[in-house]
Design a protein around this ligand. Structure first.
Ligand SMILES: Cc1cc2nc3c(=O)[nH]c(=O)nc-3n(C[C@H](O)[C@H](O)[C@H](O)COP(=O)(O)OP(=O)(O)OC[C@H]3O[C@@H](n4cnc5c(N)ncnc54)[C@H](O)[C@@H]3O)c2cc1C
Length: 463
């Protein structure tokens, strides 16, 4: 076998550091039981192109990694070359400071937004500081106040892609428009290596204001009914989340208050007083007088919000995550929700209601499936012996929502275990056609599934 020379590093099985190159950058420590044929840490576009050609010569398939944050470990594929884009870290703002060119291996919260902050700008990226923009943007990107701002992928102006032939092409709505359409929603099924994103950036909002309400978990049915009726009318500049979780002992004076429902609103505006006004509907909850704690008008910022995310998603842990886009009668799913919130299997696990309503229209791109309420369950643990129990709990939590589930979001998916619909039939068919044009031999591994590829159906609807 001929190993090409790369500016970046390359590891073959048996090389010192091979296992670390495969698994070391995987956020979820419950790593998959799969091994690539080799790993290339690409330091340049030429490295990426050479890696693609190498895989073609050897008859390998290809998987790509930016940040290694896919919960399911989508970048680690048996018998495929792993092209890791992380060594490329450069970014630049155009002259009129409207477009940022950024590499896929850049961390949205830790690197990209601090850089933009120096220029008074923001890109509405993901909630976790360490998620890289590569995987995040390709799947749609549920960033800060997605409800009001829209999906992050809607702010991609264009991309540079190394194709399955090893060619470097530019794609936008004007040039290679089908490839560009696919890149905004294909997620882990994308059939090329994105080496640059050109992102539209915004002036940074000056005031972030948070209200937080902590309720006993027993009140969740009442809270969900009220939330369902009330939040749709809340101003679109407010991000709304309800989390079922345990509070850290330092927040409760060492007392175990059991799981709680934490209702929070963050107004992302330019004026703190206006932010406080936009949060007033949160005070209309009929069980407000039974809240364990209420904090209003907390001045916050992107940096402070990101800091809190480190605590919620600790590093060095095992995770299983799954989700559901919900639609239907609030009377039914308020009770199912309450169960998923109250029966958490350990103190680190949390469940989430992310309020998306009213749904704004989505740009014409592959990503198109969402609903007014996003439910996701994040099981977090450390001991491998707990794997089966934690995975079973999460599976049960999302399965009991099936009567109201219209699909799922790739960002919190595990297609190998639960291949639920993630795109409309029309978009899925178009995506497959475009994949056939750009990668006719199926060199890029694409979606994981234990069958013959993903069918994009809700199995309980077809059974
Ligand atoms: C702690 C945590 C918090 C999160 N919070 C959010 C959130 O707030 N909002 C949200 O939307 N998601 C969130 N996610 C999900 C996360 O955005 C996705 O898992 C995303 O795919 C991670 O991107 P990555 O580049 O870090 O991951 P990777 O695992 O490196 O990439 C995932 C897949 O994307 C494809 N890919 C990656 N880079 C490229 C590239 N350059 N070219 C072609 N294909 C590529 C590959 O198929 C790869 O397997 C979170 C995940 C974690 C672990």
């Amino acid at each position: 076998m001929r190993t090409p020379s790369f500016a970046g590093d390359v590891w073959l099985p048996g090389d010192p550091g091979f296992e670390d190159a495969v698994f070391g950058r995987q956020f979820n420590r419950r790593v998959p039981d799969r091994l690539p044929t080799a790993v290339v840490a690409a330091a340049s576009n030429d490295d990426v192109a050479a890696a693609v050609r190498w895989a073609r010569e050897e008859g390998w398939r290809i998987a790509v990694r930016s940040g290694g944050h896919s919960w399911a470990g989508y970048s680690i594929q048996e018998g495929a070359l792993l092209i890791d884009t992380y060594p490329m870290q450069d970014m630049e703002l155009n002259e009129d400071r409207t477009i940022l060119r950024a590499r896929p291996g850049i961390r949205g919260g830790e690197t990209l937004n601090p850089f933009l902050g120096e220029h008074g700008l923001i890109f509405f990226g993901g909630h976790c500081p360490t998620v890289c923009i590569g995987g995040y943007l390709l799947q749609g990107g549920q960033g800060w106040n997605c409800r009001g701002v829209g999906w992050s992928a809607e702010f991609i102006e264009s991309i540079d892609v190394v194709t399955a032939d090893g060619d470097l092409v530019h794609a936008s709505t004007e040039e290679n428009a089908d490839l560009f359409w696919a890149a905004r929603g294909a997620g882990a099924g994308f059939f090329g290596v994105v080496v640059n994103f050109y992102l539209r950036v915004h002036p940074r909002p000056k005031a972030w204001v948070r209200n937080v309400y902590v309720y006993p978990i027993s009140l969740t049915p009442e809270i969900f009914r009220w939330a369902y009726d009330t939040f749709t009318d809340v101003d679109s500049r407010v991000e709304i989340v309800i989390v079922g979780q345990h509070l850290p002992p330092e927040q409760t004076g060492g007392v175990d208050v059991g799981p709680v429902a934490m209702v929070s609103g963050v107004a992302i505006v330019d004026d703190a007083e206006e932010g406080a006004r936009l949060l007033e509907p949160f005070d209309t909850c009929p069980v407000l007088d039974q809240a364990i704690a209420v904090e209003r008008h907390i001045p916050t910022s992107l940096a402070k919000e990101l800091e809190m995310q480190y605590q919620q998603n600790p590093e060095g842990h095992r995770y299983y995550v799954n989700n559901a886009w919900l639609q239907g009668d609030r009377e039914d799913f308020a009770d199912a929700f309450a169960r998923a919130f109250s029966e958490l299997p350990n103190r680190k696990t949390f469940t989430l209601w992310y309020h998306q309503a009213p749904l704004p229209p989505i740009s014409d791109m592959a990503f198109d499936l969402q609903s007014e309420i996003y439910f996701s369950a994040y099981t977090v643990w450390e001991d491998e012996a707990d794997d089966d129990r934690m995975i079973a709990w999460t599976t049960d939590a999302v399965t009991q929502m099936e009567p109201w589930t219209v699909g799922q979001y790739i960002g919190d998916s595990d297609f190998g275990r639960r291949p639920v619909k993630f795109m409309s039939d029309e978009h899925f068919a178009r995506l497959r056609t475009i994949a056939g044009t750009w990668d006719p031999q199926g060199v890029f591994v694409g979606y994981l599934s234990d069958t013959e590829g993903l069918t994009n159906v809700n199995t309980w609807e077809t059974a």
